[in-house]
Design a protein around this ligand. Structure first.
Ligand code: ME8
Length: 522
């Protein structure tokens, strides 16, 4: 496996502030970066803001300002939000950034020089929300399905990227690389789009300046600007250091794009065809998740039903929120967001299950062993079982993260928490503590709990980094938060060593009383 990892989130439109959907993709990217770093890989991540196009002009007009001032402000909100939440990418690409504009200009010229572009008259139905011409499949009752607004009929002379020339190549590439687009349902969707070429055709990649001048000028015709998608997709190259960063090639060879299903077509069809025309190898994976729906509708800035990540952090703590996102969405399938589901998940998994194990382990180590990890006796069958459960969990986490199944990885960690809680229930250390003759057994039990809790915290580091770091610190091994390597640091019952000082601390995940929450809301 490569020693480099490169992941991207979409380059979000800078027309409104970040919401739950953006946060989900950005959290998954952050989790993958942390998990890969724990495997010793050099991990690089890219996010950014998509700032050109009609959508921005419309939004800026509404806000009574210029597109430049408007996108500047929203882009800053995205950057600040990710930084405050601790999920900031390694590189943040703004499509108005001069280095990116230079890349787009250079690559447009290259595609033009190599004969992949043609001037044509075009008439069709255009949705400004999608920033593209729609096909029948994209509409219901005359409205764009995603934006619930009527597209406009437009007739224009546009430059076309002769994308259809690459369809044969792309179909074969997808067929020969089963995990190029995953999960499989989206691979099948991409293949279906390619089979039904009437819905695809070539791609209009220009807008006449007299209609729209907020974009990258075409180097071969100054009266047109570049279509926003052609511009935005190139951010993934800019963010990886194209063209002059020596790390670019190694990163690009393993590029992993994360998106939701709304932008499958540009990523599964336009982008590989563009790369093919540019003579750049395709990305490695396109991983597609479903929608978070609120009130049974996709959350969207234009529909107005938004959940803000900073507000969620202030109310529930960001780790708890991020745990919910990763645990409750089965990657690839839609999920419904409700506050009740969030509270139920936090209470069941974090407050009751994990929180209980943390507090009982550290409280009893404090009370019965002077706050130090005790010296164990020879492990018995029960201890071997806990150890085996930790090994199973470590293997499962790796397997599931590699297949992009974060929910199942967390489920596996929670099974280890369950097994350890059951072990404590069976050993009843509070009874052993009252019986001098069971002193050895008591030490073995609490030693085993500390070891298992350390394994759990190490496995949780990519998912709930602050809480996992806090558990490691309370166990007296804070250095593991930076040094832990997977799967090793989750196995080998050697740390924390006997004698290590532990600390009880306040409840990590206080139980949320949902009745109080709703009263507070009224
Ligand atoms: O499409 N559920 O930007 P965008 C899950 N600029 N994820 C969601 C979501 C939801 N309800 N809503 C948004 C664009 N997302 C283009 C991308 S890339 C070169 C250009 C997330 O601001 C999800 O990742 O509309 C989705 O694909 C993305 O935000 C769309 O962001």
């Amino acid at each position: 496996m490569s020693s480099v990892f490169y992941v991207t989130t979409p380059i979000y439109y800078a027309n409104a502030e970040p919401h739950l959907g953006h946060t989900y993709t950005t959290v998954v990217a952050d989790m993958l970066v942390r998990w890969n770093r724990m495997h010793g890989r050099e991990a690089w991540s890219v996010s950014g803001t998509d700032e050109h196009g009609e959508k921005m002009v419309e939004a800026a007009e509404k806000a009574g300002t210029s597109p430049q001032a408007f996108t500047e402000q929203i882009s800053a909100v995205f950057q600040r939000t990710w930084a405050e939440l601790g999920i900031g990418p390694s590189a943040f690409v703004r499509t108005t950034n001069p280095k990116h504009v230079a890349n787009v200009t250079k690559l447009l010229q290259k595609v033009w020089d190599e004969g992949w572009i043609e001037l044509r008259e075009y008439e069709g139905l255009y949705c400004v929300g999608c920033e593209r011409f729609l096909t029948e499949r994209d509409m219901k009752d005359g409205l764009c399905i995603d934006h619930e607004r009527a597209p406009e009929r437009r007739r224009e002379t546009n430059y076309f990227f002769l994308m259809s020339r690459a369809f044969g190549w792309l179909r074969q590439y997808i067929e020969e690389h089963p995990d190029f687009i995953r999960p499989e349902r989206y691979r099948n969707e991409a293949l279906a789009m390619l089979r039904d070429e009437s819905g695809l055709g070539d791609l209009s990649i220009s807008r006449p300046k007299d209609r729209l001048d907020w974009g990258v000028e075409l180097p071969f015709d100054r009266d047109h600007v570049c279509y926003v998608w052609f511009d935005a997709l190139i951010s993934y190259l800019t963010g990886a250091g194209y063209p002059d960063d020596p790390a670019f090639e190694a990163r690009w060879a393993v590029a992993e794009h994360l998106i939701a299903k709304d932008i499958l077509k540009p990523h599964a069809i336009f982008w590989p065809c563009m790369l093919h025309a540019l003579g750049i190898p395709p990305y490695k994976h396109l991983s597609v998740h479903g929608y978070w729906n609120v009130d049974d509708r996709k959350i969207s800035k234009s529909l107005g039903n938004v959940i803000r990540p900073l507000a969620m952090r202030d109310r529930f703590g960001f780790d708890a929120f991020r745990y919910f996102l990763l645990r409750d969405m089965s990657f690839g399938v839609d999920s419904v967001f409700t506050e009740d589901a969030l509270v139920a998940r936090i209470n069941a998994d974090l407050a009751n299950n994990l929180g209980n194990l943390v507090s009982r382990t550290l409280n009893m180590t404090g009370r019965f062993c002077d706050g130090r990890v005790p010296e164990p006796e020879e492990p018995g069958e029960a201890e071997d079982e806990v150890r085996a459960a930790a090994e199973t969990a470590a293997r499962a986490v790796d397997e599931h993260v590699e297949k992009l199944e974060p929910a199942r990885a967390l489920e596996a960690i929670m099974r280890l928490v369950d097994a350890t809680n059951r072990y404590v229930d069976q050993r009843e250390p509070w009874k052993a503590a009252k019986d001098e003759s069971r002193a050895g057994e008591l030490r073995t039990t609490l030693f085993t709990c500390c070891q298992s809790l350390r394994a759990i915290a190490v496995l949780l580091l990519p998912f709930v980094p602050d809480s996992a770091t806090e558990i490691l610190s309370r166990l007296g091994v804070p250095e593991l938060a930076d040094e832990a390597r997977l799967p090793d640091s989750a196995l080998g019952f050697e740390l924390p060593a006997p004698g290590t000082e532990t600390r009880k601390g306040a409840p990590l995940f206080p139980r949320i009383d949902s009745s109080e929450l709703s009263e507070g809301e009224d």
